[in-house]
Write a protein that binds this ligand. Sequence first.
Ligand code: HEC
Length: 149
Amino acid sequence: MTWKNPLKILFCGWLVLQLSGCGDSEKKTDEPPPAAKAAPETSSPPAPKISLVTAKTRETYQWYCSQCHGLKGKGDGVNARLLTVPPRDHTKADYLETRTDQQLFDAIKLGGLAVGRAPCMPSWGHTLDEKMIHSLVRYIRELCECEAF
Ligand code: HEC
């Protein structure tokens, strides 16, 4: 080990002592407990109420949905021609405007049958969590540039 930065090493040693509670016991009384000190950094922010479309949403769509719905959601994925019912075109506003977010959510979570659609739309409730499904609904709303009536 080189001693290029002895200050850094000293500081690390001090930090370990402070965090492990093994520091000078006389000083200890004026210091807040280590857990209280660490709290502001480690506590995660409250979950957002509105689901957002993130890079992860797009990635999930490409990974799980694009083989049927197409890379751009146009319903032209590689498997599309093998299905008896064509995968829904997620860019088609005039259809998607007639479907509520809840219906889209249920179609994704429970599969096509659950919303009176073809069973070749699989259910994803065991693969994707609800937060991701909500954000996929928002992503489909981005693709169609539409909202439910
Ligand atoms: C195996 C092919 C396949 C895959 C994979 C697939 N879908 Fe579908 N999806 C379909 C088909 C087929 C339909 C059309 C059902 C119908 O119109 O009766 C459909 C319809 C839909 C609908 C519209 C339901 C409605 O109300 O008409 C949504 C929303 C949807 N899919 C979302 C997704 C999402 C999100 C994924 C990825 C997590 C996904 N799909 C993956 C085949 C697929």
